[in-house]
Design a protein around this ligand. Structure first.
Ligand code: NAD
Length: 431
């Protein structure tokens, strides 16, 4: 099939490359001319394991191409995917300006039937609004359908998630749209959940909100564990083995970040309020998440008394491993709070140093974890990069000026870290 992808960021580019990998002819559009130039030069503008290779392979096979000019795809594709970003507005609602612009661009140039699919995460009823927007602006007599096909990929394992999804959700309002989407995904072995458009939109917001709820639950629980000297890792293990609960995402630490959970939760809360529904649990999930960063900094302060003139070595800055995406990373407020207390920060991240240089002020970035620890009074782990599992802790400890070790991800065993000479503090676990 001939497919157009509008918006070639994390979701658009992975979608485009994977659909090309499945044999479709895909053109990815982006309004960012520099991004398109980078892609045409055979480079991927962000880090995602395996993506570069897949892009190069499909470009070479002439199944994947790039342009910044949307007019070059509108009448050449059977299906157009909207994959633009949908950031938060100041009031928490989703900013749909980018979606609206694309809908109008499609409408202005459309001359024959096409299926327009919203893959961006959007509030319920956006599909209907997109349909009305296109209808208002399209030439009379031109037919089209709008569908919702939310994306569940996770950065860091995006290709695997796209090609081997747990489920494919398609929200449709016509048999023709359903047939096209079933054909598109026909070679993937995953259950297809076909619903109306609104239900599909809600599946995405509800899924992300539920996953965030599990994380905030574990974080609130970690504070109770700290208060009584219990071990949150053991408590969540004991809970998670119940198949009705499940172990995934029941993980205490410094809270969730990234480009999706915080923004999608806010957008879901906002649209619920607009619909007159009190979904207070969502506000609590956000509140626990925000305060968990302060909670972690307070733990550091209570151990070290004051941070004035002290050096902290930070290991990991991205919101999760295997990406270089710094959007809403918990490390951002944590580093700011530590600096406000007077700490000097030297930091190491496995992938995101270039992006971090533009984000953080007065932080020294190092080329390896040992340099980040050198001369530091304390080390704090903010991302659970696998690389950190195999560090030479005795060597790292020797490089430090003092022995405080704060594990914001509960990556290590307290007894082992103590044996390595650290005063080890994690989240919701006895010291
Ligand atoms: P992104 O910021 O990485 O990419 C969006 C791209 O759209 C940018 O490259 C931007 O230049 C481009 N764009 C904006 N307006 C355009 C226009 N008019 N024409 C052409 N290009 C345009 O965002 P992302 O992380 O890929 O997220 C996209 C959507 O997918 C969001 O709604 C997000 O919530 C959702 N989503 C993201 C993930 C994820 O892990 N990143 C997972 C699932 C769903």
């Amino acid at each position: 099939m001939k497919i157009g992808i509008i918006g070639s960021g994390y979701v658009g580019l992975v979608t485009g490359a994977c659909l090309a990998h499945l044999g479709h002819i895909v053109t990815c559009v982006d309004q960012d001319v520099e991004k398109v130039r980078t892609l045409k030069n055979g480079k991927v503008p962000f880090y995602e394991p395996g993506l570069m290779e897949m892009v190069l392979e499909n470009v070479a096979a002439k199944r994947l191409s790039f342009t910044h000019d949307i007019t070059r795809i509108v009448n050449r594709c059977e299906v157009l995917f909207i994959c633009v970003h949908t950031p938060s507005r100041a009031n928490g609602g989703a900013d749909l300006r980018f979606v609206e612009k694309v809908a109008k661009q499609i409408a202005t140039h459309l001359r024959k039937y096409c299926l327009v699919v919203e893959k961006s995460t959007v509030p319920v009823e956006t599909g209907e609004w997109v349909r009305r927007t296109i209808k208002r602006n399209v030439r009379s007599g031109v037919h089209f359908d709008v569908a919702s096909n939310p994306e569940f990929l996770r950065e860091g394992s995006a290709i695997h998630d796209f090609l081997q999804p747990d489920r494919i959700v398609i929200g449709v309002s016509s048999a023709r749209a359903e047939k096209l989407l079933r054909k598109l995904y026909g070679s993937l072995k995953a259950p297809i959940i076909a619903t109306d458009i609104k239900s599909a939109e809600l599946i995405k917001h509800a899924s992300n909100s539920f996953l965030s709820t599990k994380i905030s639950f574990a974080n609130a629980l970690s504070r109770v564990c700290d208060a009584v000297g219990a071990d949150v890792e053991k408590v969540t293990l004991g809970m998670g083995l119940d198949p009705r609960i499940g172990p995934q995402f029941l993980k205490a630490g410094i809270g969730f970040g990234g480009s999706c959970f915080p923004k999608d939760l806010s957008a879901f809360l906002h649209i619920s309020e607009q619909l007159g529904v009190r979904f207070d649990i969502l506000a609590d999930v956000l509140r626990v998440n925000d305060t968990q960063r302060e909670y972690f900094v307070r733990k550091i302060l209570s151990e070290m008394r004051n941070l004035k003139g002290k050096t902290l070595g930070i290991l990991g800055l991205v919101f999760k491993p295997d990406t270089d995406d710094m959007r809403s990373a918990p490390s951002i407020p944590i580093v700011q709070m530590l600096q406000k207390e007077g700490a000097r920060i030297q930091a190491y991240d496995c992938q995101a140093t270039a992006k971090c240089r533009a984000l953080f002020r007065e932080v020294t970035f190092t080329d390896d974890p040992y340099q980040a620890a050198k001369g530091a009074h304390a080390v704090a782990v903010l991302t659970e990069w696998k690389e950190f599992l195999n560090l030479d802790w005795k060597r790292l400890r020797r490089l430090m000026r003092s022995n405080f070790f704060f594990d914001g991800r509960n990556m290590f065993q307290p007894t082992e870290m103590k044996a390595n000479g650290f005063r080890y503090v994690s989240v919701g676990r006895p010291a």
